[in-house]
Each structure stands twice: as C-alpha cells, then as structure tokens.
Design a protein around this ligand. Structure first.
Ligand code: OXD
Ligand code: MN
Length: 596
C-alpha cells in the first residue's frame, strides 16, 4: 500500500544549483538508497501528477468531486494517528540544554541510531526533495526548509501547509542556511518512531510515522521546536499561537494572538463569526496555529504566520461552530481519518446533529449510528490552503507582519479558571502564561482529559530548556516600548452538572471585544486577585439568549479555595524547572498567594 516506486516524469534532475543542497541530498540518497530521487518544484502539473499517483497506489481516495472538488482522503495506519510526544527528542550536546520538560538524547547516539534505521530505508521507493519557505516571501523572519520524504501524502500536504517549490531555492540563493529534514516512513511501527531534533544543526529526522504533526517537518519541528531555539538565539519568539485581525465597524483594526494547547479551539477562534449583535465587525485569520514575533522599529511586537495552510481537527467542526472552516475545507483539501459516506462525502462526529445511516469509519469498516466506536478518529484532520478561507486576512502575506495589541493565553479547564482576566503587566502575564494548564486532548497519544501544566501551550513544542525559554520571554520586554497586553481565557468552565457555563464559538466575540477595548484603554475593569476582570457594565451581553448577569457572575467567579489549590499545584512545574526558573516568576507566585 505504501510503495512509491513510480516517478513522475522529468523530475529526476536537480532543480537547484545550491551545492549545500546537492551535497546533502547526495549524502541522504546514499544512506536511504531510494530507487529514484524526485526534485519537487511546487507546480500545478506536479500536484496533478502526484495526486494521480497517490490515487493509483491507494494512498488517496478521490472524494466526490461534485461535492468536494479537488478533495482527497487518506487513511493512516491505526497506530499512527496523533503526535507521539514520548517519541519526540531534543538532541542537544547536554541534557540541560534540552531541559527537564523534553526527552533528551545525545546527538551522536541519536544520529547513529537513526542512521542505522534509515539505512536502505527507502529501497524500492522514491525520495521526494521538498523545498519550502516558512513565512511570507521577503520577511526577515522567513526560513528555508528542505524535507526529504518517501511519502506522497507528505509532499502534497507540505504543498498546502507551506510556500513550497522553487521559491525556497530562490530565497536560499547560494546560502547554506536551511533546515535539513529527513522523513523515512519505514514500517510505521511505533517502536521505530523517532521525531528527533538537532537544534545546533538546524536538522530534524523523523522515522516510522506518517502523521502530520510528526512528519510535516515545517510545522511543529521547524516552526516551533527548532524555531524556538533559533528565536532565543536571534531575539524573537516562535509560539504556538493563532493570529487574528479584528476590524471594528469604524474600520479600526486590532491584531491579537492567542496560545491555546492543541485541539482547544485555535482554528475556531481565528475564524470566529461575530453574532448578529456585533454586525459590522469583521474577524479575519492571519494564522491558526503558529506565530513568529519580533519587536519592530516602533517598539511594537510584530507577528507573521509562517504557515500557508490549516491542519485542523475535524470533529466538532460544523456550519454553526465554524462556518468559515466549513467553506475553507469544501475544496482542495486533504482529509485524514474522517468517515466516508456511500457517495464519498466526508463525515465526522459533530458535523451534523444526526449522523448518516451508513458510513465507512476511519479504519475502513462499515459503520451505523448503533456502532459503539466513533466513525471518525477523535484527531481526524483536514489540511486546507489558507487562501480558501473566506475570512483570510491579506496581511498573512505581509513580510513585515502585523502589530500585536493583545496576547491571550487559555486552556481547557472545567473548574477554577474564569472566562477572562487581564494580567497586571508583562511579567505577570508571563507568569499567567507559564502556569497555564489544560486538559489533554486526542492531538497527542496518551490519556485524554488530564489537567497538565502547559506553559504558553508550548510544553510539547519548546525546543530547548523551558526555564530559559521563560527567561527569554522576560528579556523580550526590553525591545518593546509598547508591549501587547496579556489576557487569560477559559471557554470550557462547567457547572455542577457538567454543563458548559459559556456558549463559546461566535459568542467569544464578546470576550474579544472587551480585550480589544482594554488594549485601547476604553473598557473598565475591576482589580481582582488574579488580575483585571470585566465590570459587568463593560461586558456586552445584549442579544444573548439564555444568558444573564447571574450566569456571567458564575462563569467569572473566583473561588478562593480552588485558587489556593491552583497556586499549590504550580509547585510541580516550578520544582521541575527549578534550576533555570526566572526568580521573577517565583516572586509573582508569592504576590498571587498574598493577594489570595
Ligand atoms: C497541531 C497540534 O496539529 O498542535 O496543530 O497538534
Ligand atoms: Mn498546534
């Protein structure tokens, strides 16, 4: 099923003169021994040929082209459906550099283990050379990556998720500074699975997986893990954040980033459709997962989205929760592990209230509403070009990025965390981000629903010592004369019967509006022990059905008992990071305890 022994015509000659690229590809070819090397150029003709090949080999199923033009379906190996955090390694010369929150391996040992795994690993297969840019053309933050892979699924997904093709060689010129990414599918067995990062070498090797988060090497590997390492060295921030543009009816634009852990609604928030009461407001998406940010000459923090597509979670996405996502994925999209209808349309839990009577589930088995298992995998995904989004912000192509007024941190918490509060200042905001926590989701393998500390939503993505990463955040303040204001949100608080207290989705506009007004000095707030919280009169509830000030008080309630427990539970993280934890954060904790 996974053999790729056919080469698309005329792509066997290198399409670059870069000796650094040619030498590295030669070395990797010698190691992996593919039968062909195909030099990808990102053209339409290449896409058509590779798609045809993927269908021929059974890697893709062509979906109903009347309903979903240009859309294809991929079913992954059932043991390979999410990011494998336990198989993800940061390979720095010393263990301290990787820090206590990462799996560490010595580079020489990991290189030698992976060399023996990859030796002859592409025999009988084609190695695709995929050049790509992370970031808009011409941005000083933009980075070049080249991924060598034996997976057509990866090539076609990288084509959506990055600016892929000749453009990357143009940007590279005769330089040598590019991320070297090697992806060998091997047998897809978890025992041989490694997602190994070598920050000092700007290199990544990924084996025995074909799941996006493990193998689309521009995304989590380069843009976040290697990215955060480079950012600390070069004076910028690589963050697990959406970027949105909010335009008011008077035409004022405010740009906001938000860090939520995987599968906690970044895509939905970035594509938010305001409720009727906010008619005239336009929310547009600059990015839905990653932000690279650097102080600009005017002392503001500027952000770019290094990606060119969305790799989103399908379950729960529907015309009510995210109509923009539904339009985005209605054409030219690759679906993975969703369910199929008899006429080759796609379905997942939450797409419609009533499931279709008959489906083929994500494992390829017949499914009916009486079946015990989910039809789509909980982490089934879509990969769609960002330009498909009706709410696409044209600023996503601006090499200078967008000036950020607010940074929002948030997690999935059933208790304790109010709907929204604002940190007192930058250092307090970093403490709020550092102590962020969330219930685990299906985006990573392992137990779902357990509360874990996830500093800045970067726990699985920080490519170096987390204590030093937090120190770097503190240091960034020096370059900012107008720092973004920092907020914390929780859409997921529940009542005593387990029901969500806040409706979420489009109604999150109300929270966003308060945040925007705060950044422009327009909304009042009350000084609570946690930070600034909205005065009821400054929080617009008009037009909300079944929601009143009493409910608002409940979703905003600060329960001192819960907060004392919360502050105590910060200890676990603080003990773990102790030797490198900035003392400013310990001080913030003392201040919080004093206020409680
Ligand atoms: C993602 C993730 O796919 O965070 O974006 O897992
Ligand atoms: Mn993510």
């Amino acid at each position: 099923m996974f053999a790729t022994d056919v080469i698309v015509k005329n792509k066997i000659k290198p399409n670059t003169k870069s000796s650094a690229v040619l030498n590295w590809v030669k070395e990797m070819t010698k190691l992996c021994q593919p039968v062909h090397v195909q030099w990808c150029d990102g053209s339409e003709a290449e896409k058509t040929a590779l798609t045809k090949e993927a269908v021929k080999q059974g890697i893709f199923i062509a979906l109903n082209q009347k309903k979903l033009p240009g859309c294809y379906y991929h079913r992954s190996h059932p043991d390979d459906v999410a990011r494998s955090e336990d198989r993800t390694f940061i390979c720095t010369p010393t263990e301290e550099e990787a820090g206590p929150t990462n799996n560490w391996a010595a580079p020489t040992e990991m290189y030698s283990k992976l060399k023996s795994l990859c030796k002859g690993g592409m025999r009988g297969r084609t190695m695709y050379v995929v050049p790509y840019l992370m970031g808009p053309l011409g941005s000083p933050l933009t980075k070049v990556g080249i991924e060598l892979t034996d997976s057509i699924y990866v090539v076609l997904s990288m084509r959506i998720m990055t600016r892929m093709g000749q453009i990357a060689y143009k940007h590279l010129g005769d330089g040598e500074n590019f991320n070297r990414g090697l992806h060998c599918m091997l047998d897809l067995k978890p025992e041989g699975r490694y997602i190994a990062h070598f920050p000092q070498d700007n290199a990544v090797i990924s084996t025995s997986s074909n799941y996006g988060g493990n193998v689309l090497l521009g995304k989590k590997c380069l843009a976040l893990r290697i990215g955060s390492y480079l950012a600390a060295k070069e004076g910028w921030l690589a963050e697990h954040m959406l970027i949105l543009s909010a335009e008011s009816p008077s035409g004022e634009k405010t740009f906001v980033t938000a860090a939520f852990p995987s599968a906690c609604g970044k895509t939905n928030f970035a594509m938010l459709v305001p409720p009727p009461h906010f008619s005239g407001w336009k929310i547009r998406t600059v990015g839905d997962d990653i932000a690279w940010m650097k102080p600009g000459p005017d002392g503001r923090l500027y952000a770019i989205n290094p990606e060119a597509g969305y790799f989103g979670v399908a379950p729960g996405t529907n015309l009510e929760t995210n109509p923009n996502a539904m339009a985005t994925i209605s054409h030219d999209t690759i679906y993975t592990n969703v369910a199929l209808t008899p006429d080759l349309d796609v379905w997942w839990e939450g797409k419609t209230k009533i499931p279709p009577p008959k489906l083929i589930d994500w494992k390829g088995n017949p499914w009916t509403p009486d079946s015990k298992e989910h039809a789509a995998h909980a982490n089934s995904r879509f990969a769609a070009p960002m330009r498909n989004n009706p709410a696409f912000a044209p600023e996503a192509d601006d090499p200078n990025g967008v000036p950020i007024s607010a940074i929002i941190f948030g997690g999935r918490r059933a208790t304790t965390m109010p709907l929204v509060y604002q940190a007192f200042n930058w250092i307090h905001g970093i403490y709020v981000g550092a102590t962020m926590s969330s219930e685990t989701t299906a985006a990573a393998t392992g137990v779902v629903g357990q509360v874990r500390r996830d500093p800045m939503a970067m726990l699985p993505f920080c490519g170096y010592n987390m204590g030093l990463y937090l120190r770097h955040w503190l240091r960034m303040r020096k370059g900012l004369s107008v720092p973004p204001r920092i907020f914390h949100v929780n859409w997921f608080r529940r009542d005593e019967n387990g029901k969500f207290l806040w409706p979420g989705f489009g109604e999150n506009m109300r929270v966003l509006k308060w945040i925007i007004d705060r950044t422009h000095g327009r909304a009042n707030a009350w000084e609570a022990p946690l930070g600034w919280v909205p005065e009821p009169r400054d929080f617009d509830l008009s037009g909300m059905e079944n929601f009143d000030l009493e409910k608002m008080a409940k979703v905003q309630a600060i329960n001192f008992e819960e907060w004392r427990r919360e502050a105590l539970s910060h200890d676990e993280l603080f003990f773990k990071l102790y030797s490198d934890l900035p003392k400013e954060l310990m001080l913030q904790r003392e201040l919080l305890v004093a206020r409680l």
